[in-house]
Write a protein that binds this ligand. Structure first.
Ligand code: UN1
Length: 512
């Protein structure tokens, strides 16, 4: 028994065999095909899950539509009260859920707990937001007229989430969507289905205790073709999808062709610029966690370090010696820094990226490789590695979801910013510098082109209070804090005439 995972699974209501389709607390037996969930930690099978078929999907959609009819009429602050109770339930289950995240996904237990903390925090944020879904009022150009805008719920929201943040990213979407009055259908990654079922159990209990309809929260399970049910369904006005650019293109095209809304949060190719004016202690620590944290499987992972030539050698040496101290192993054991990749396919992608780096002329600084032997039987543990490369290499232009860090040398800040921006993705970026002129230039309109631009902080670990997402191939969507809620509602502009006349806008006269 891996660090008490069996008991945690039991408390979370996860069994060896699980029905994967649920509306609220009602699980639908599809009798259909099964998928298995394996832990990358030790390679063992955690459970089997039924795949959602078309018929089960139709039941989910029916319940969702019924649920929406009720939920949209519950006042927003009361919806917030329900989300507050979900936050409380998550506080109680934090240790168990954090452990399951760690075991099914492979990130460290600390990061598993951090993910659940992010869920709790977004609940708190959403509770406050439930009293702040503000619209503007405008001055009408016509006498005796009033003009204002109001925000209404959109309807059934489809959430497609990735394996790497199996619970937090879902919560950013649903907690906000729920206070906005929407109902949600979740298609989690088929690699982390059990964490999704555990979450569904937790929230369904709260909705049930409040005597609310089942269809406010639903789960459907399976691979991308099940996600396709949602993407192609005109009854789903908004799809929020997190994952690879390849997936985002498919979803975006399907949603776009029916003129629905897509909120896309896709790949990153995040860089840290380390200037000669950097506090190198801060810079190295930021780069290290950014590059190897979550075994390089965050969309915000630091993939490129763009280093000024005067400090290049020092950064190289300090980073290489920090890499030597990294302990790789079971993520549930808190003394380990780096856990496994999600599965063997990810290991293959890591190996083939390394081959391509060599083929394009990259220079090995810290070698990679697969770990074998006791504790590494799952075959998913790899060594974080560092290569000196040029920014234009094809492999450097792509996102490889693994702990591979690229070092690139620069002379001038203009050159560094050009490297930073010269990739197809635009999620997160950072500069390490104590020089105000440099940091402000990096943050200006001619600076970073990313959705996130940090100063003296790494590229990963964004707080929930800000809007999260990025530009270019990252997809343009914004989730979580700030005014990201507006994507989950429809804006209605209203003009009211309280006069006895009917003046037309633009001064048009139309007399008969
Ligand atoms: C993701 O990898 O999809 O900023 C989300 C971070 C986390 C979220 C990452 N708060 O690294």
């Amino acid at each position: 028994d891996n660090y008490g995972i069996k008991d945690a699974l039991k408390r979370l209501g996860i069994k060896d065999e699980n029905l994967g389709t649920s509306t609220g607390s009602h699980w639908v037996d599809t009798g259909g095909e099964l998928i298995k969930s394996y832990s990358p930690v030790d390679g063992s099978e955690i459970g089997t899950i039924q795949i959602t078929n078309r018929e089960a999907y139709e039941r989910v959609m029916h319940e969702a539509n019924e649920g929406f009819k009720v939920w949209r009429m519950v006042p927003a602050p009361q919806r917030g009260e329900v989300v507050r109770q979900i936050g409380e339930a998550l506080r109680e289950r934090k240790a168990d859920l954090g452990k399951l995240v760690s075991y099914e996904m492979g990130k460290s237990y600390q990061e598993g707990l951090g993910e659940v903390q992010e869920m709790i925090d977004i609940c708190d944020f959403a509770v406050g937001l439930s009293r702040q879904l503000y619209g503007l009022s405008m001055h009408s150009e016509r006498p005796g007229h009033r003009m204002y805008e109001q925000w209404h719920p959109l309807g059934v929201i489809g959430v497609i989430s990735a394996f790497n943040f199996p619970v937090a990213v879902w919560s950013w979407n649903v907690m906000i969507a729920w206070v906005c009055g929407d109902v949600c259908v979740w298609k989690p990654s088929e690699k982390t289905t059990l964490t999704a079922l555990a979450c569904q159990n937790i929230v369904a209990e709260v909705f049930k205790a409040n005597e609310l309809p089942e269809g406010i929260s639903s789960v459907i399970t399976g691979n991308y073709s099940v996600g396709g049910f949602l993407a192609e369904d005109p009854r789903v006005p908004l799809i929020s999808a997190t994952g690879s650019t390849r997936m985002g293109r498919q979803v975006g095209e399907a949603v776009g062709s029916r003129l629905g809304k897509a909120l896309l949060e896709l790949g990153g190719n995040n860089a840290i610029i380390i200037s000669e004016h950097a506090d190198l202690e801060v810079a190295i620590r930021g780069a290290l966690f950014g590059a190897v944290g979550t075994a390089g499987q965050r969309c915000t992972t630091t993939r490129r370090l763009i280093v000024q030539e005067n400090v290049y050698n020092e950064v190289k040496e300090r980073l290489s010696s920090a890499y030597e101290k990294l302990v790789i192993g079971n993520p549930l054991d808190e003394k380990n820094h780096v856990g496994p990749l999600i599965d063997k396919k990810a290991v293959e992608a890591y190996l083939s990226a390394i081959e391509r780096i060599h083929a394009e002329g990259g220079k090995e600084l810290v070698p990679g490789g697969i770990l074998e032997g006791n504790g590494f039987q799952s075959g998913c543990y790899v060594k974080p590695c560092i290569y000196e490369v040029e920014n234009h290499f094809q492999i450097v232009q792509e996102e490889t979801f693994a702990p591979i860090l690229y070092l690139i040398k620069y002379k001038t800040l203009e050159e560094a910013i050009a490297f930073q921006n010269d990739v197809p993705q635009g999620l997160s970026s950072a500069i390490m510098s104590t020089n105000l002129r440099e940091t402000e230039q990096f943050l200006s309109a001619i600076g970073s082109d990313c959705g996130i631009a940090n100063v003296n902080i790494g590229t990963s670990g964004a707080e929930i209070g800000g809007a999260f997402g990025g530009e270019k191939e990252t997809g343009g969507g914004r989730e979580s804090g700030s005014d990201a809620w507006k994507a989950y509602m429809r804006r209605q502009t209203t003009t009211i005439n309280y006069s006895t006349q009917l003046p037309l806008a633009q001064g048009i006269r139309f007399d008969i």
